[in-house]
Design a protein around this ligand. Structure first.
Ligand SMILES: Cc1cc2nc3c(=O)[nH]c(=O)nc-3n(C[C@H](O)[C@H](O)[C@H](O)COP(=O)(O)OP(=O)(O)OC[C@H]3O[C@@H](n4cnc5c(N)ncnc54)[C@H](O)[C@@H]3O)c2cc1C
Length: 286
């Protein structure tokens, strides 16, 4: 592992000034579950590491005017333990399947989002919940919808002098329910071979789907939103296997995965449709 300068700013101002002065030659450290592994194996090389764990306002989860605000340093375990996050059922389901208890206790939601891995488990969940990311720099702040944030594996629209300071997520309302399903090589400590996040608003008496959001992880260079499947579902009652088959086919076609050591592209596409069907049956909407 190459040596680096370590900074632990105690205020946001100091942190943003540091980031600004380093002009892209610095990387932020949160829980370190991803970054420390990459540094150790020389998968990334950085001159400067900025530890943000001492900054005020970067911890906790609050509820405000119909939104849940997740501070970047909130861990997967904190989301799981938070009654506020009961309003974010798909995100909770995703956090439950991250790594192991140790990784969930240490790894942060901000780190998972900023890692920008196509297989990051919280990202498809945040897509279907309609999350927005607040980025801050010495020049000011801006809000970016998560759907506009990723440009490729490990790549985002964040500038080198910016950092993530808040994740805002609209609370799921009455009649909204969903699921997160993940296929890994084993039940724990497994990177997603493919994952599926679904959030539906169902008119219970008629079982008509009023709104549908479907996102796939590890099925393309960034998370894929399955717009055709969403259109097929919206306004209809899923009244049998034929309809589900048609939606599953459109999900399979939305996927554009790669083949790698974990799985072939064809298997990933097939499994994204299977996970979707399994989740829909378990949700009781079919
Ligand atoms: C054994 C093991 C199992 C794992 N299992 C899973 C799994 O099942 N699912 C999954 O999705 N991930 C998994 N991971 C990956 C990792 O644990 C998660 O992505 C975790 O949430 C990362 O959070 P962190 O706080 O540790 O991030 P860090 O390692 O501290 O940072 C990750 C990246 O995000 C950047 N970053 C962090 N915070 C900010 C911020 N506020 N602003 C700007 N940039 C920031 C860092 O610069 C770095 O590039 C696993 C990792 C390990 C080692």
């Amino acid at each position: 592992m190459k040596g680096f300068n370590y900074f632990a700013p105690s205020s946001m101002d100091e942190c943003l000034k540091l980031l600004d002065s380093m002009k892209g030659r610095a990387r932020i450290l949160a829980g370190g579950t991803d970054l420390m592994v990459r540094l150790k194996h020389d998968m990334v090389r950085e001159d400067n590491i900025i530890d943000i764990t001492r900054l005020d306002g970067m911890q906790g989860i609050i509820r405000e005017r119909g939104y849940v605000h997740i501070a970047p340093l909130a861990t997967h375990s904190e989301v799981l333990d938070s009654y506020i996050c009961d309003k974010l059922p798909v995100l909770k389901a995703a956090c439950a399947l991250v790594g192991s208890p140790q990784i969930r206790n240490r790894g942060t939601i901000g780190g998972n989002v900023m890692n920008a891995s196509p297989a990051g488990d919280t990202i498809p969940a945040l897509f279907v919940h309609g999350a927005a990311l607040k980025l801050k720099s010495a020049d000011g702040e801006r809000l970016v919808p998560i759907g506009d944030f990723y440009t490729g594996p490990g790549k985002t629209v964040m500038k080198s002098n910016e950092m993530l300071v808040d994740i805002s997520v609209p609370e799921a309302g009455g009649g909204e329910k969903g699921f997160f399903k993940k296929l890994g090589q084993r039940n724990a400590l497994a990177i997603s071979i493919v994952n599926v996040a679904v959030l539906l608003k169902v008119n219970q008496p008629g079982r008509v789907i009023e709104k549908a959001s479907v996102a796939l992880g590890a099925a393309g260079p960034t998370v894929i939103r399955c717009t055709q499947a969403e259109e097929l579902m919206t306004g209809s009652a899923l009244d049998g296997p034929d309809m589900l088959k048609e939606i599953a086919r459109s999900i399979r076609e939305s996927a554009s995965p790669i083949s790698d050591v974990r799985a072939s592209a064809g298997y990933r596409a097939e499994m994204s449709a299977s996970l979707f069907c399994e989740g829909m049956y378990e949700l009781g909407v079919i």
